[in-house]
Design a protein around this ligand. Structure first.
Ligand code: UDX
Ligand code: UDX
Ligand code: ADP
Length: 470
């Protein structure tokens, strides 16, 4: 097995593989990093001469400018990438299965398996294969079986699990200064040697006491557990927000007071219209599926409730909008500010905004959307997928995508903050008020607005987790 890594290949140039391996290339000028993908247009975008990269992530462009063409390369030649590398990250997508066994819960491991089989088929020297996609426990074992059953003489494969903990929107900062790097390996001499080789890569910029080395299974389970526990905090705070609304307490005050307990900690306690993103729901559903497969129904039910609370929060919010607008929004204009699942990303996967707009469409409202980053085609794609009962032409009759927040609010009956984009705090509220129908309703699903100021202007304001602020 290779002792020192000098060539890395990453299979999958997506939200995880792209930024992660670009940062490795920047921090390790002595290592050649090639990121490969079967998607030609994605690779073309990574190679774009004006650096119009396929994903929006603050700071990413600088990283890519710093090393592309030096020791960072993007290519669709997957086989060559595999053959030349000593270490291969597998960073392909693992969406929730849409059909078959475990549909709606289990991860679709087809892409991981195809990538693994490709490695087995074309490799002609020993490789360290690193599982980087979020996958349910024991995937590494399946990868190992596939590789071992297909390996050639003098070709050894060592499997590592190295889950990625970056959050979108802060990916580059998270990668530069990770809370921890987790590496799982078999506890054999070969497994430990492979683990040491990957540790040396990270040690180029991460201090060794933050590099945790554990068993393969622990590593895989830790990733699911970390996301499940983070999501659980949000569902807990959102459950409390319902109590606050019913009683007149203020969820920000409650969360602040609770978070001051050092055992709880202040982060990740922001009530919201519901969490989104490609990871939380998917990973929890994986955990639920895993628990059920292991005949642990109580454990499955416990984690399932975190997702159910999130669905409840979204439903509850749309219902508040309808109730507040005198029990009907049919034919009314609703401005939805924000379509991404969080600020500072153009990613819309599982965004709460999609669910809200679907609910509003089912009430036959007219909707105007503004988001500073999400491409228009993505919005149409997501809405068509969310409303299979509505033909796209009829969605397009009821929905307008606007070039600014001010445009979206023009003639609106209500305004909904769905994503916490910073620019929504700096809107010219006087102008918005003048152009809205009266009474002018504002619904803050992200707790970012200055409620007192808005009330003074004349808005009727509803905030998640606060009773009677109107
Ligand atoms: C998450 C994990 O944070 C990251 O470690 C993991 O690698 C991938 O999944 P990500 O989904 O990119 O990252 O974003 P995150 O910042 O965790 O936000 C997830 C969702 O929770 C967003 O919709 C966000 O708006 C929401 N959220 C977050 C809240 O509603 N309240 C909070 O306090 C924090
Ligand atoms: C708790 C709260 O900590 C305290 O702030 C509040 O004022 C009263 O309730 P207490 O019940 O005295 O205090 O003890 P605590 O240390 O919180 O432990 C409660 C139980 O949880 C114990 O049975 C403890 O063994 C258990 N526990 C605690 C765990 O099982 N695991 C842990 O990680 C921590
Ligand atoms: P993530 O958020 O996990 O990074 P993405 O969907 O953004 O997921 O990225 C995964 C990428 O992996 C996609 O660009 C997809 O084309 C690529 N991919 C999937 N399977 C393979 C494969 N067998 N070989 C090469 N690339 C693949």
């Amino acid at each position: 097995a290779p002792g020192k890594v000098s060539k890395i290949c990453c299979i999958g140039a997506g939200y995880v593989g792209g930024p992660t391996c670009a940062v490795i290339a920047l921090k390790c000028p002595h290592i050649t990093v090639t990121i490969v993908d079967v998607n030609q247009s994605r690779i073309d975008a990574w190679n774009d001469k004006d650096f119009k990269l396929p994903i929006y992530e603050p700071g990413l462009e600088d990283v890519v400018r710093g090393c592309r063409g030096r020791n960072l390369f993007f290519s669709t030649d997957v086989d060559k990438g595999i053959q030349e590398a000593d270490l291969i990250f597998v960073s392909v997508n693992t969406p929730t299965k849409k059909s078959g066994v475990g549909a709606g819960f289990a991860a679709d491991l087809n892409y991981v398996e195809l990538a693994t089989r490709r490695i087995a088929a074309v490799a002609n020297s020993s490789k360290i294969v690193v599982e980087k996609s979020t996958v349910p426990c024991r995937t590494a074992e399946s990868m190992r079986t596939i590789l071992e059953s297909n390996s050639k003489p003098n070709c050894r494969f060592d499997i590592l699990s190295n889950p990625e903990f970056l959050a979108e929107g802060t990916a580059i900062g998270d990668l530069f200064k990770p809370d921890r790097v987790l590496i799982g390996s078999l506890q054999t001499p070969e497994g430990k040697a492979a683990c040491d080789a990957l540790t040396e890569v990270y040690a180029n910029w991460v201090s060794k006491d933050r590099i945790l080395t554990v068993g393969l299974w622990s590593s895989e389970l830790s990733k699911l557990a970390a996301n499940a526990m983070l999501a659980q905090r949000i569902s807990s705070v959102n459950a409390l927000s319902a109590i606050c609304e019913a009683t007149g307490a203020n969820i920000d005050e409650v969360a602040h007071a609770v978070g001051f307990d050092s055992r709880v900690g202040p982060k990740f306690l922001k009530a919201s219209v519901g969490f989104g993103g490609s990871c939380f729901q998917k990973d929890i559903l994986n955990l639920v599926y895993l628990s059920e497969s292991l005949h642990l129904p109580e454990v499955a039910a416990y984690w399932r409730q975190v997702v159910e609370m999130n669905e409840y929060q979204k439903r509850r919010f749309s219902k508040t909008v309808v109730d507040t607008l005198f029990n009907t929004i049919t034919g009314k204009h609703i401005a939805v500010l924000g379509f991404a699942f969080k600020a500072d990303t153009g990613d819309t996967r599982e965004s709460a905004s999609i669910t809200l707009i679907r609910d509003f469409l089912n009430e036959r409202a007219n909707i105007k959307i503004y988001d500073p980053q999400v491409p228009h085609e993505q919005i149409w794609f997501d809405l068509a997928e969310a409303c299979p009962n509505l033909p796209l032409e009829s969605i397009k009759k009821s929905v307008t995508i606007c070039p600014s927040a001010l445009d979206a609010c023009n003639q609106a009956d209500a305004l909904v903050i769905a994503t916490e984009w910073k620019e929504f705090k700096e809107i010219d509220w006087e102008a918005v008020y003048t152009n809205m129908n009266k009474p002018a309703f504002v619904f803050d699903g992200r707790l970012i607005l200055d409620v007192e100021k808005l009330k003074k202007i004349g808005f009727k304001v509803t905030v998640i987790g606060r009773g009677n602020v109107m």
